[in-house]
Ligand binder design. Structure first.
Ligand SMILES: NCc1[nH]cc(CCC(=O)O)c1CC(=O)O
Length: 313
């Protein structure tokens, strides 16, 4: 027997329709089945097309930034068309719409960025003036900060599209999240995983997050058992850091929390979009204080950066 409030209909799991998103929804379903000894038909995966999926020819920041990949999914959940939603936590705004909660996290995958190139082994290996493709403000700023000589070009689209662009010589290198490559079974295209001390990842990178309607007893009972507490502690601290910075897609921000026993170490970084300046810091303390450490570190960085830092390009 399981402890799930009985219901005739399957639990509907909303997700984007991309290959990566579907893989994440399937992983969530597999964990729910195992944790509650439920059959596969107790769940239904519902793919939802979002604005971000529809518009692929413009940089994300031009069409509205974060939330572009979530609004349609959250609307469906508020209408009751789906019961839970599976997301890449790093793409999620820090605030959820009224009545929705994002606080269940699967065990975190590799948090690092991958360096992807047909010819070069690492950032340091790139020749003077080389062209690098990335649409991530954070990665662009971090790269420009370290290697002001490199040229950056926009690089949107799925992994296949980006690899084709490398093949065509549009750029000689790009970056992708190790977690995404792993879930797509494409780790072999990573030349190397970049250590966080060299390139601090995005807040919540590698963490699959699940959102549900506040007060939904069935979702609550189901999700409680698949939540990974350590990932939750890390992501809560990182997202508190991000929230205090009012992180939008226009601001390059990086953050990573790590837990050892009952200690949490949080590193954070903000940059000017052109990479001309970076301000970084860290906190260490009790896991229980992760959220306040996030806010505190953000305040420190804001103070050191000065009032214009996040608004001037
Ligand atoms: N911004 C797109 C996105 N959102 C989540 C991932 C990877 C999976 C993850 O970090 O959980 C990616 C691809 C990438 O950055 O290469």
């Amino acid at each position: 027997m399981n402890d799930i409030p009985s219901s005739e209909r399957p639990l509907r799991i909303g997700t984007r329709g991309s290959v990566l998103a579907l893989a994440q929804a399937q992983e969530t379903r597999a964990r729910l089945m195992a944790a509650h000894d439920l059959p596969v038909d107790a769940f239904e995966i519902v793919a939802i097309k979002t604005t971000g999926d529809r518009v692929t020819d413009r940089p994300l920041k031009e069409i509205g930034g974060k939330g572009l990949f979530t609004k349609e999914i959250e609307d469906a959940m508020q209408r009751g068309d789906i019961d839970i939603a599976v997301h890449s936590s790093k793409d999620m705004p820090t605030m959820q719409p009224e009545g929705l909660v994002l606080d269940c996290f699967l065990p975190r995958a590799d948090v690092r960025d991958a360096f992807v190139s047909l010819h070069y082994q690492s950032i340091a290996d790139l020749p003077q003036g080389a062209v690098v493709g990335s649409s991530s403000l954070r990665r662009r700023a971090q790269l420009a900060h370290r290697r002001p000589d490199l040229k950056l070009v926009e690089f949107r689209g799925n992994v296949q599209t980006r690899l084709r662009k490398l093949d065509e010589g549009v750029a000689v290198a790009t970056f992708l999240a190790m977690a995404g490559l792993e879930r797509l079974d494409m780790l072999h295209i990573a030349r190397r995983a970049i250590d966080p001390s060299e390139m601090l990842p995005a807040v919540a990178q590698g963490a699959i997050g699940i959102e549900w309607r506040e007060g939904d007893a069935r979702a609550d009972a189901l999700l409680r058992r698949i939540n990974d507490v350590e990932t939750q502690q890390r992501v809560r601290a990182e997202r508190a850091f991000l929230a205090r910075l009012d992180g939008s897609c226009e601001t390059p921000i990086a953050g990573l929390a790590e837990v050892q026993g009952d200690r949490l170490r949080l590193r954070g970084e903000i940059l000017r979009p052109d990479g001309s300046e970076a301000v970084a810091g860290e906190r260490e303390g009790s896991v229980a204080d992760g959220v306040s450490m996030g806010v505190d570190l953000a305040n420190e960085l804001l103070g050191r950066a000065g009032p214009d830092f996040l608004t001037l390009a």
